[in-house]
Design a protein around this ligand. Structure first.
Ligand SMILES: *Cc1c(COP(=O)(O)O)cnc(C)c1O
Length: 427
């Protein structure tokens, strides 16, 4: 598949049925797999042969879909997880342990921020947050001897900042550690971070990849480029024998191309068990089959809505990286020349009350704690996710009370704009 264009890979990569086999990916709805001899099964446990024995570790449906996502991102191996949260946790914890340190962009998804700043801190893993726009010197200053990974989001949810992937990759590599990029918002249709130097890519497949608000899930993709052995002292989990897994040294046995995902499956999936259900993987694949058709429409609608909002007298400001004049316009065009995503945020004049009234008047855009599916939805953090905060606290956190985050779906853009228009007229 690897010579085909991304549009073809979205439809056909990952699963090639043989003569007489199902055309659609089969849902292997089985927790377990049968063997004729204990010896046969033993080879699987020893990672001597590849195959399936228990769905908590691996399942064929999930592997077909993971293989497709690996091809879409241009990686050598991939795995599915039960959620985007699990994907980011696994990607980091696969190479970090108590005493490790992470350098992370401060502009990331709230759940990931909490995961790193609070929960992983309890495990003794330290973090330094840096602004996505920091200078090269500021970025380099964030590293310590025990730094093991750098983390950022291509387009951050919900801040809509854009990560300068090459800058972050260069700094990571100069310090002998990999760059992990959460590529949920643009998807590989609009940005492939590995082509710009990222080593590991993660996804909340719950968002555009599924694209229909139907199945929570996550994915981790390895570029196969990071040389663990060249930095063996930093990554003992990959470069020394795993006594919990028959003394295997992952980087030796599976090389640069396979070590990261094999360890993540054999160790973290075994012990934490955050597997995606085969049903969800099947649903995810239906989404992937049209990802290349949907993403340009999401981006087209996002840009049209951003342009409309920019000129509206009741709007204080608009944030959309692909809108000319946006702070991130140039780097958005560098990394995502064909467009970004459908998420736009804007501040309504008149604060919390105006935002609440405006949203109540919307007919097409529903109020939801979600982004990135086929139906347009919106959220006012001040009256929902951040409602415990005062207006002053909100301002300090960079979330004005009148801020609305809108995720433009796949409807007709003229209908979406007309809906916004009538809702503004009513306030
Ligand atoms: C939603 C989201 C996550 C978390 O994913 P879940 O599937 O909800 O666990 C992580 N990163 C980004 C950028 C997201 O938008």
């Amino acid at each position: 598949m690897s010579d085909y264009k991304i549009n073809t890979k979205c439809v056909q990569a990952g699963y090639t049925p043989k003569n007489g086999e199902p055309r659609q990916i089969p849902i292997v709805q089985s927790t377990t797999f049968k063997y004729d001899t204990s010896e046969d099964m033993g080879k699987l446990f020893d990672l001597e042969a590849s195959g399936y024995f228990y769905t908590r570790l691996q399942n064929p449906t999930n592997d077909y879909v993971a293989a497709k996502i690996a091809e879409l991102e241009g990686g050598t191996a991939a795995m599915l997880t039960s959620s985007g949260q699990a994907a980011n946790f696994f990607a980091l914890f696969n190479i970090c342990e108590t005493g490790s340190h992470i350098v992370a962009s401060s502009s990331i998804y709230g759940g990931t921020f909490n995961l790193i700043a609070v929960t992983m801190a309890k495990m003794g893993i330290d973090v330094t947050f840096v602004s996505p726009d920091c200078s090269v010197d500021e970025l380099n200053d964030a590293f310590k001897d025990n730094t093991r990974a750098v983390f950022g989001e291509t387009i951050a949810n919900p801040a809509l900042t854009v990560l300068d992937i090459e800058k972050y990759a260069k700094a990571a590599h100069e310090h002998g550690v990999p760059l992990i990029v959460d590529n949920t918002f643009p998807t590989p249709v609009h940005c492939r971070p590995i082509e710009w130097g990222a080593d590991i890519v993660t996804h909340s497949t719950t968002k555009y990849m599924d694209g229909h608000g139907a199945a929570v899930g996550g994915a981790i993709i390895d570029s196969g480029k990071f040389d663990w052995m060249a930095h063996a002292d930093k990554f003992p989990g990959l470069t020394t024998p795993d006594e919990s897994y028959h003394g295997i040294t992952y980087a030796e046995k599976f090389g640069k191309e396979g070590a990261f995902i094999t360890k993540c499956t054999a160790q973290l999936m075994r012990d934490f068990g955050c597997i995606q259900s085969p049903q969800h993987a099947f649903i995810l694949n239906l989404g992937l089959e049209s990802l290349h058709v949907r993403m340009p429409r999401h981006a087209e609608n996002g840009l049209a809505v951003a342009k409309f909002l920019q000129n509206h007298p009741k709007v204080e400001s608009v944030s959309y990286p692909h809108l000319e004049g946006n702070k991130y316009y140039d780097i958005a065009m560098k990394y995502m020349p064909d467009g970004g995503c459908g998420v736009v945020s804007f501040e309504i004049k008149g604060g919390r009350q105006a935002a609440e009234k405006f949203m109540k008047n919307l007919k097409l855009a529903a109020i939801e704690t979600h982004v990135a599916d086929a139906r347009t939805c919106c959220l006012n953090p001040a009256t929902s996710t951040h409602r415990q905060m005062t207006d002053e606290q909100l301002l300090a956190a960079g979330i004005p009370a009148g801020l609305v985050r809108m995720s433009c779906g796949l409807e007709d853009k003229e209908d979406l704009i007309a809906d916004l228009k009538q809702a503004f007229d009513a306030i």
